[in-house]
Design a protein around this ligand. Structure first.
Ligand code: IVH
Length: 672
């Protein structure tokens, strides 16, 4: 076969495979057998192997997974990815409709299902999928294109005559059956099951291996179109046009999308789906009501984070009764002892619930829980369901009351409860095993010391093996000690751990402070304190008054900090960590934040500014996690433009399509 012949055959096979893929995954009316499909796929794979230069990044072979993605570059969204304002009642929906009617006259609404998945932005150029981006913080997301290509209902090439450039936004989700199968598989393999389809989808989209993503069978629906010139001035018609281009869109025949002129119609659609959603096979958490007329949408405009032309109606949280079999008391990192209900498995909002949170001792008392009680579990937006009521009529005779333990279930120490706090704590912080393990787990976690290769299970093993007694022991670990642990501790994985520990010595003070795990000092508070105080030595020496003078630090946090530094054990660990070379001060020249709203962005500054000096704006970029670059290149995410931008820079930015933003927008991005 000549190269030309191969190219022809590859093009033909690709087009046919995508056609059948579309019939199967979007239209649900396959025309050929799975076997014939696989057969064509095999032929294409073989040809691409023989002629790698002819393999397109959008080849159907990429649907089963391409190369490992090393990192997901940060991408600025062309326009922010907004969320929706929520409503929960007929009154609120009525208010929304009437407000618009009063100001703009009667208008038509498009009703759609509110898919409970992960928002995604898909960029197509000349009909080819070029980028799939997560929502991220709404302003910028992560480029996860290789993973997106594995989602079968997302077209790799658009049908018909799409414009040169378009962006389609929608939701990626996992079907409930797929979710349950995956969890069954995980449980068979002794892995912790996933909490719900939405979180599983979010986690799956961030996997580095697209092959695993492909096996998770994610789905997609498109509900929003962005183009320089939209095909029509009706949202509904635009969505129908998206379907013609090959996207999977809300299906009018199955009433996933409908038009309405009145609150009555809207409420009927909502009532229908509040029931019908249980047989849908995917999770929806409400209905979205959108003004259909694009001109009116533009007139109504946006709020800070959501459009004024749309509103979400959220279904009420699902509740069910089930039996309480047992209560476990779990000891957390800070010693807090939390009761967890062990339940007869019950299906709730699309997932099987076996455990629920009971929060604290007061909650047990308030519900007057007894073993064997029929309890009401509720699942709102949160991952962990909670117990909200007890059916006293169904209490078994002679049921035993659930009592909160007086002693720590792990180490037997008498529990304490601080005045004004809901939680009981085990005060034996330096010898209570689960506290130590959880503290080390927290210390190594991504937002803290970010130590590669160490996770919950490995930390537990190292603790059991007697290699770790506290976080400072990490820095004394030797690779030989890890290798000696035997099976599963190979050269490569142990090297990764040792290198990860060494690299953590460069983690900035803000994160180190968070890693210390001081009670009530979360990520944000740690950052604020680190920046305000500058070093751990100063922090340790501060009085309560000085501490409460820091932004966001109240009495509870201040006292917790004093307690932390007052404890002899903590001081000893601190000294050892200092000796190991961790960052305990915001050193000059090291003030660059590794995190912040501009994390991962390369930014060029040009012109003169009103509220910043040149150095000031650069510093602001670095303090918010961004990187300043002197010249515009393809890597530049955007240019902050002041007065008198140089014409050469302007031309270059235009040529490369790099976005320009002004000082006001920049200030908004960094929350100034
Ligand atoms: S429209 C400006 N339509 O809900 C347009 N969003 O709570 C904003 N969502 O971030 C989105 N189904 O991820 C829209 N039919 C639908 C939706 C939908 C689910 C998600 C979307 C959004 C979130 C807001």
């Amino acid at each position: 076969m000549t190269k030309e012949e191969a190219a022809g055959r590859i093009a033909k096979l690709s087009a046919e495979l995508e056609h059948h893929n579309h019939l199967y995954y979007v239209e649900a009316r396959p025309e050929i057998s799975d076997q014939d499909f696989d057969f064509m796929m095999k032929e294409l794979e073989a040809l691409e192997k023989q002629w790698p230069q002819l393999a397109s990044p959008n080849s159907p072979t990429r649907r089963v997974g391409g190369d490992i993605t090393k990192e997901f570059p940060t991408v600025l969204h062309r326009s922010p990815m907004l969320s929706l304002e929520n409503s929960y009642s007929r009154e609120e929906v009525q208010e929304f409709v009437q407000r618009i009617a009063k100001e703009h006259g009667r208008t038509t609404f498009t009703l759609e299902l509110k898919y409970d998945g992960v928002a995604i932005s898909l960029i197509y150029r000349n009909g080819e999928l070029v980028q799939g981006i997560t929502r991220g913080d709404g302003e910028k997301g992560e480029d996860i294109t290789a993973n997106i290509r594995t989602v079968r209902s997302i077209p790799l090439r658009l049908h018909g005559h799409p414009p040169a450039e378009l962006e389609a936004r929608g939701e990626v989700l996992m079907g409930i059956r797929e979710f349950e199968q995956l969890n069954a598989e995980r449980e068979r393999e002794g892995e912790e099951p996933f909490a719900n389809p939405r979180n599983t989808t979010a986690g799956t989209l961030k996997l580095q291996d697209p092959k695993i993503v492909a096996r998770r069978h994610l789905q997609n629906y498109i509900y929003f179109l962005l183009m320089d010139e939209l095909p029509t001035r009706s949202h509904y018609a635009n969505i129908m046009q998206c379907a013609k281009w090959g996207f999977r869109t809300p299906d009018p025949r199955r009433r996933f999308i409908e038009q309405a002129d009145s609150v009555e119609d809207i409420m009927a659609f909502i009532a229908y789906w509040d029931q019908a959603r249980h047989h849908l096979g995917i999770a929806i958490d409400g209905v979205v009501i959108k003004v259909d007329d694009i001109d009116l949408q533009e007139e109504l405009g946006l709020r800070a984070k959501s459009p004024r032309w749309a509103i979400a109606y959220k279904f009420p949280a699902e509740q069910k009764f089930t039996r309480l079999n047992d209560v476990e008391f779990n000891v957390g990192r800070t010693g807090a002892v939390t009761p967890v209900a062990i339940l007869d498995p019950v299906e709730l909002a699309g997932t099987v619930v076996k455990r629920a949170s009971i929060h604290n001792a007061d909650q047990i008392a308030k519900l007057d829980l007894h073993y064997g009680d029929m309890v009401q579990v509720e699942k709102g937006g949160e991952i962990i369901p909670k117990i909200t009521a007890v059916d006293l009529h169904r209490r078994p005779p002679h049921a035993r009351r659930v009592t909160y333990p007086e002693r720590c279930p792990a180490c037997g120490t008498v529990l304490v409860r601080d005045a004004g706090e809901a939680q009981h704590y085990c005060p034996n912080e330096h010898a209570c095993p689960p506290q130590i393990v959880r503290r080390i787990e927290h210390f190594v976690s991504r937002k803290a010391m970010d130590i590669n290769g160490l996770g919950g299970e490995t930390v537990d093993t190292l603790f059991q093996a007697g290699l770790l007694h506290d976080v400072a022991d990490l820095y004394d670990l030797k690779q030989e000690q890890l290798l000696a642990l035997g099976k599963g501790w190979g050269e490569r994985s142990t090297r990764l751990i040792i290198d990860g520990i060494a690299a953590s010595k460069d983690i900035p003070f803000e994160q180190v402070l968070f890693a210390m795990g001081i009670r009530h000092v979360g990520e944000t508070v740690a950052k604020k304190i680190a920046r305000a105080v500058g070093s751990i030595d100063r922090l340790a020496a501060m009085s309560l008054e000085e501490l409460t003078a820091i932004e966001e630090v109240g009495n509870v946090i201040a006292e917790s900090i004093r307690d932390f530094f007052g404890a002899e054990g903590n001081r000893r660990i601190l000294e050892r960590l200092k000796a190991a070379g961790l960052q305990f001060a915001v050193a000059p020249g090291r003030q660059k934040a590794h995190d912040g709203p501009l994390k991962g962005l390369v930014i060029v500054v040009s012109g003169v500014f009103e509220t910043f000096t040149r150095d000031g704006i650069k510093q602001a970029i670095e303090e918010n996690g961004g990187k300043v670059s002197g010249s515009i290149s393809r890597k530049t995410n955007f240019v902050v433009v002041g007065a008198d931008m140089g014409p050469a820079k302007k031309a270059k930015a235009e040529e490369l399509g790099v976005r320009l933003i002004d000082e006001t927008e920049f200030r908004r991005m960094i929350g100034a």
